[in-house]
Ligand binder design. Structure first.
Ligand SMILES: Cc1ncc(COP(=O)(O)O)c(C=O)c1O
Length: 410
């Protein structure tokens, strides 16, 4: 596991820690902080390599093209894909919408079923509600057991030979559940060889090794900003033959082959889906983020963050005035969702902020999940490898202050 010294060394790369004393950032599931190396890569790009990629014969246009395509190669290697299978988009949400518009609207009918889970973030839920409404396909949900897991029995009960789309998260942004998506994909394909599988890896890719070949998914999405990069860059992975068989999502420059007055032909993936001027700086910052993660080792990151989560969970479990919603299963993403029995989450988050502690409060873009848990909102502390056990102690200590300031009797 990462040692205390290693983490202290890592923290030197994160300048947000210099803003003020006792700034404890536990909102990493919303977006991570950025290390110097990532910020520098962006600065370097805009200072020394800025040009419009794929469109010029001059030095800076070529530099920009190289920066963009080298970043793509790095991402491809990171998830065990080929470069043509990596499409750069704005974020996971845009990637899911691409699959919805370009594949689902053209392929689903009223005889088909879309299978998602109650864990889903709105971006992997509202999108499929829209598709279901437009195509007549039936939207079905996988529900959770008491430990926030989707049992095999539940999966087998909901999966039918009409399941044409399985769209599921690899890690919950609220309760931390990491469903066995590899097994679910295998079972879905055994039931219906034409099923298309979409994995939402927005909360998985920052913490765990992603291997798209091993998963055998058709599509997988994630956002760079949740794994150290700049905002505005995200990834759609798709199997190459699948990507080349579907219509483009956005039309315009740099995605065409030939354009006539009355018709056009389009390039293959990834250019097919990257209309308009691309976010080269963002892509380069994602490549720098991957370098940073790989230097530490994704397995070391997962191990350390799991230890942080277990430590916080254990301490919080002892507080009788708190309800915890995160799964007890230690194979989970580093998020701790909780509520004070007698205080609103927004009050809790505001009071913690007075002590410099950043936690999220609200529905975390997962309203159906919250409703299913019998609540409307929760607080969420989410951890990253640059957090420390001491920060968790500080956070736990100040939970008592919330009660005191709210005038809640012991
Ligand atoms: C599980 C999950 N999926 C998708 C998203 C959407 O990510 P983005 O807003 O970067 O598109 C999030 C964001 O919180 C998420 O937690």
């Amino acid at each position: 596991m990462l040692s205390k010294e290693q983490v202290l060394d890592i923290r030197k790369d994160f300048k947000y820690l210099d803003i003020k004393e006792n700034l404890v950032y536990f909102d990493n599931a919303a977006t991570t902080q950025k290390p110097l190396q990532v910020v520098d890569s962006l600065k370097d790009y805009y200072e020394k390599e800025n040009g419009n990629p794929h469109r010029g014969a001059h030095y800076l246009a070529i530099k920009a093209t190289d920066a963009y395509e080298e970043s793509r190669d790095k991402v491809a290697k990171f998830i065990n894909a080929t470069s043509n299978e990596v499409v750069f988009l704005r974020n996971a949400t845009e990637a899911l919408n691409l699959v919805a518009y370009s594949w689902a609207l053209n392929n689903l009918t009223e005889n088909d079923e879309i299978l998602i889970s109650i864990l889903e973030h709105h971006s992997n839920l509202v999108t499929w509600q829209f598709v279901a409404r437009k195509t007549g396909a039936k939207l079905k949900y996988l529900y959770l057991d008491d430990n926030m897991q989707i049992t095999d029995e539940e999966f087998e009960n909901k999966l039918t030979s009409n399941t044409k789309l399985l769209a599921i998260t690899a890690a919950s942004n609220v309760v931390g559940t990491m469903p066995n998506v590899k097994e679910f994909i295998k079972k879905a394909k055994a039931k219906n060889k034409d099923v298309v599988t979409v994995i939402d890896a927005a909360q998985f890719a920052p913490h765990h090794k992603v291997d798209v070949k091993d998963l055998d998914c058709d599509f997988l999405v994630f956002s760079g900003h949740k794994m150290l990069s700049a905002m505005g860059i995200g990834v759609l992975y798709g199997k190459e033959e699948m990507l080349n068989s579907i219509d483009p999502f956005l039309y315009g420059g740099d995605m065409i082959e030939y354009v006539y007055e009355d018709k056009s032909t389009f390039l293959d993936s990834p250019a097919r889906f990257e209309a308009g001027t691309q976010n080269v700086g963002g892509a380069k910052s994602l490549a720098a983020a991957i370098d940073y993660i790989e230097k530490i080792g994704i397995d070391n990151i997962y191990e350390y963050e799991s230890a942080l989560t277990a430590y916080a969970y254990e301490k919080m479990e002892k507080l009788s005035y708190i309800d915890i919603y995160t799964t007890k299963n230690e194979h989970r993403s580093p998020v701790l969702a909780f509520n004070f029995k007698e205080a609103h989450p927004h009050d809790v988050a505001s009071i913690l902020d007075n002590y410099g502690i950043a936690v999220r409060s609200g529905h975390h873009c997962a309203q159906p999940l919250h409703r299913n848990l019998g609540i409307n909102f929760s607080c969420r502390a989410s951890f990253a490898f640059y957090n420390t056990f001491e920060e968790i102690d500080y956070f736990i200590e100040h939970l008592e202050d919330v009660r005191r300031l709210m005038g809640i009797e012991s």
